[in-house]
Write a protein that binds this ligand. Structure first.
Ligand SMILES: [Zn+2]
Length: 94
């Protein structure tokens, strides 16, 4: 067969052209499935980081001058982490 990119004659089973390196298969088909999903790992990491930060603040509040304020922030972070988890589950079920 002939390379779609440069027109060089290449083997029928070749995956890429030996001369220009262009793929012989349709590039549109290969790229499509990767883009559809969001990044599940990113939101998971975000939740873990929020929980770790909340844990840290909770422990730091024991020796801090204003423990109430730190505990409030820690509570907000836990709440945010739970919200993200709920949103993830809701999105996945659709
Ligand atoms: Zn080529």
């Amino acid at each position: 067969m002939l390379c779609k990119h440069c027109g060089t004659e290449i083997a029928d089973k070749a995956i890429i052209c030996f001369r220009c390196g262009a793929g012989t298969t349709d590039p549109v088909r290969q790229a499509a499935p990767l883009k559809r999903r969001g990044n599940p790992l990113l939101s998971f990491v975000t939740v873990v980081l929020l929980l770790l930060l909340a844990l840290y603040l909770g422990q730091a509040s024991a020796s801090a001058d204003a423990p109430d304020r730190l505990q409030t922030v820690a509570g907000l972070l836990v709440g945010a982490a739970i919200m993200i988890l709920i949103l993830r589950v809701a999105r996945r079920r659709r």
